[in-house]
Design a protein around this ligand. Structure first.
Ligand code: ATP
Length: 314
């Protein structure tokens, strides 16, 4: 198999899952290449957790295929997968070190090796002082660090992390960010969900955005940004300007020195800049595509989904 081929890594094709009348996942395709780091995004109830649980064999799909390295994912491949569930899946009364090593052994490691790897991750995650504490005695954020250690202890080839950043303090979030980036750089395929889109934009190049169990957009964040119909024009004048009404677009903010205007893609940018210059000498002009959070709102904001549903229903 050539590296980077379609059969390399995780591949989900036409996945569907229903819970009674609720359609949780509806014909979803998604790929995470070897060493790929994919941010999995979608509003609450979009179907992210259901998809991840299907990869782990915790949800039986109604339809579709999930393959790892070109073959249907099986228990053996799942033992080489690290999973961080959204709800913690730890034994509350087991001690931290014991627990991390225990999960390593469950994944097939010998006891000594599992203990050594547990110690390494416990140290990396700044849990050494709590290694002898029961999990239930730890704060929520520290329990999450234990959960991460559990998902990493057996050196998995595939990491599936369901909202790993939720509830972490800034220091722990930075550690999490570094570990995820490092694992992907080491060739691990990483799929992680998050509602913190600034973190996603900072951490990964590619995203998959779903809503109502269906794919809405996927690909490089830079491509999604440049494909957006919106541009932000930022203008800063050298001296305060009394008033400015842009030729085109909608003023988002204006404080006398700086203006931010939302332009449509087909707006005449040169004319808008010339117009800003006519109001006074300008020290800075920038034309920027929207950020990931703005694109997310554009694509899956409530208005968009409502119109999609109306179209579907009409
Ligand atoms: P969030 O961002 O809120 O975690 P999500 O994208 O992970 O959401 P899922 O948890 O996969 O979404 O839920 C998708 C849909 O399936 C929701 O409507 C949810 O209520 C429903 N659902 C999920 N699990 C079950 C279940 N075990 N029984 C019934 N309905 C379920």
């Amino acid at each position: 198999m050539r590296p980077g081929s379609e059969s390399d890594g995780l591949r989900i094709v036409d996945l569907a899952k229903r819970y009674g009348a609720v359609v949780a996942v509806d014909g979803l395709d998604l790929s995470v290449p070897r060493g790929g780091l994919i941010g999995f995004l979608g509003p609450n109830g979009a179907g992210k957790t259901t998809t991840m649980r299907a990869v782990l064999g915790m949800v039986r799909p109604d339809r579709g295929s999930i393959t790892w390295q070109g073959r249907p994912i099986d228990d053996d491949a799942r033992r080489r997968t690290g999973y961080m569930p959204q709800e913690r899946g730890l034994y509350a009364r087991m001690k931290v070190r014991e627990q991390v090593a225990y999960f390593g052994q469950l994944a097939g490691m010998r006891r000594r090796v599992a203990e050594a790897r547990a110690d390494a991750w416990i140290e990396r995650l700044d849990l050494t002082e709590r290694a002898g504490s029961m999990v239930q005695e730890l704060s929520g954020g520290n329990q999450q660090r234990v959960q991460l250690a559990v998902s990493l202890v057996h050196d998995p080839e595939l990491l599936v992390l369901d909202e790993p950043f939720a509830g972490l303090d800034p220091v722990a979030a930075e550690t999490m960010r570094r570990i995820i980036a490092e694992r992907a750089a080491a060739g691990v395929s990483v799929l992680f969900s998050s509602h913190q889109l600034d973190v996603v934009e900072d951490l990964c190049d590619e995203v998959v955005i779903i809503a109502d169990g269906q794919l809405v957009a996927s690909g490089l964040i830079t491509d999604l940004r440049s494909a957006s119909a919106t541009r932000w024009l930022r203008v800063r004048w050298t001296q305060p300007v009394e008033r400015w009404t842009p030729l085109e677009g909608v003023i988002e903010s204006f404080d006398g020195r700086t203006a931010v205007v939302r332009l449509d893609r087909d707006a005449d940018v040169a004319a808008s800049i010339a117009d800003a210059l006519s109001a006074g000498p300008v020290s800075e002009v920038a034309l920027e595509p929207p950020r990931l959070d703005e694109i997310f709102t554009e694509l899956v904001g409530s208005g968009h989904l409502r119109s999609k549903r109306t179209e579907a229903g009409s």
